[in-house]
Ligand binder design. Structure first.
Ligand code: NDP
Ligand code: MG
Length: 390
């Protein structure tokens, strides 16, 4: 019987890669639901090709044209953000690919975990802000949380070489992004175009900016804490500009097990879809002899303030990660809109963390309230942008 797959955020970078992987895997995988936020034409093309039973448009301001755009579609068309929860809990679904960007994907990821699905999770922000709720829901229902994020897929694969108690350290690698060798001043004043110019990975705009600030790695530290039940002092970050060693696990006997591959998200996506098996892949194999050498260096936490904050925030299980993430989402949006300088992204996050007092063990509703509070803090700060920040 085929595996029934739901892709939340199918129009994005991960969503499109997931569909290419499914194309290559063949009829054993059936796409039964897809979702888009604003890219309706792309969703209509995907619906025509994959003939899912459901499609959802989450941005209600774009949903009004859905009838016309999806006129050839015979399945069910849903709209609004709640539709993702519906898709994530579909009875017939086996695998839910969470490929929405940001905290917006949280309710659906949680619904998938509660429904006992195999949750192939690229959307790291829900794990950062609600790792406690998500992992508890998965434990209770028996859902499998399988990482798509390349570093976490690498750690997940390396972990299979030993027992969790035998892990000495997890080493997350980071390319260092476009500003690895930039001065602080160059970085502070970087343009949107420069920040979007990632040296090794081709990804959606938000995560590309996060890679430039290294907020992406900071979020990944917290993601690893929850996915692998690790204390933060067992997590290290190493700059590795080639993005070939996707991460490593050091065991207590001193053995380090790494996972290597070309920087192509189709590899970890496929592993999450076929786990525990491996299948022939569409990605190019690694040709180490062509690379010649691989480089590693310790990151400078003064240069990348996000990383220093990430290690701090990862120690708290309460609301600080929610504020950290929401302030970043709002600040990145403002940067992409041309409202602030690159350097102001971290200033805004720092500010929100400073004015927040941490709270523990929150419900989903409380988390979402704190998320909204942090976004308001950023908006209020932007209103006085010229006098306060510049
Ligand atoms: P993209 O911006 O390319 O795609 C995001 C997807 O989410 C699109 O389908 C978009 O719809 C949809 N979307 C956007 N906003 C909302 C919303 N408010 N509600 C519901 N759906 C929404 O992002 P990526 O594919 O790059 O990233 C997705 C997730 O995967 C992120 O959490 C990222 O951190 C993570 N990730 C990505 C990697 C990559 O290589 N891209 C690598 C590792 C992790 P539409 O386009 O129709 O507007
Ligand atoms: Mg990653």
């Amino acid at each position: 019987m085929s595996k029934k797959v739901v892709i939340l955020g199918s129009t994005g970078s991960i969503g499109r890669n997931a569909l290419q992987v499914i194309d290559a895997l063949g009829p054993e995988y059936e796409v039964i639901a897809l979702s888009a936020h604003t890219s309706l034409d792309r969703l209509a093309e995907q619906a025509e090709k994959y003939r899912p039973r459901y499609i959802a448009v989450t941005d209600t301001s774009s949903a009004h044209i859905s009838k016309q755009t999806f006129s050839g579609f015979s399945g069910t068309v849903l709209s609004g953000s709640d539709s993702l929860v519906e898709l994530a809990s579909l009875k017939q679904a086996d695998i839910i690919v969470c490929a929405v960007v940001g905290a917006a994907g949280l309710p659906a990821a949680l619904a998938a975990a509660k429904a006992g699905k195999t949750v192939a999770i690229a959307n790291k922000e829900p794990l950062v802000i609600a790792g406690e709720l998500l992992t508890a829901a998965a434990r209770q229902s028996g859902a499998k949380l399988l990482p798509i994020d390349s570093e976490h897929s690498a750690v997940f694969q390396a972990m299979q070489a030993g027992n969790p108690q035998e892990v000495r350290k997890v080493i997350l690698t980071a390319s260092g992004g476009p500003f690895r060798n930039a001065t602080l001043e160059e970085m502070n004043n970087a343009t949107v175009e420069q920040a979007l110019n990632h040296p090794t990975w081709d990804m959606g705009p938000k995560i590309t900016i996060d890679s430039a600030t290294m907020m992406n790695k900071a979020l990944e530290i917290i993601e690893a804490v929850w996915l692998f039940d690790l204390p933060v002092d067992k997590i290290d970050v190493l700059i590795h500009p080639e993005s070939v060693v996707h991460s490593m696990v050091e065991f207590i006997d001193g053995s380090v097990i790494a996972q290597l591959g070309t920087p192509d998200m189709k590899v970890p996506i496929q592993y999450a879809l076929t786990y525990p098996q491996r299948r022939e892949g569409i990605s190019e194999g690694l040709q180490l002899h062509k690379l010649g050498q691989l480089n590693f260096q310790t990151p400078d936490l003064n240069h990348f303030r996000a990383l220093a904050l990430g290690f701090e925030v990862a120690k708290t299980s309460g609301s600080a990660p929610v504020v950290f993430n929401a302030a970043n989402e709002a600040a990145v949006e403002a940067f992409l809109d041309g409202q602030i300088r690159f350097g102001q992204i971290m200033e805004l996050i720092d500010h929100c963390l400073q004015v927040h007092s941490n709270q523990e063990h929150l419900t989903l509703e409380e988390l979402l309230e704190i998320d909204a509070w942090a976004r308001q803090q950023v908006a209020a700060r932007l209103d006085h942008n010229t006098t306060v920040i510049n």
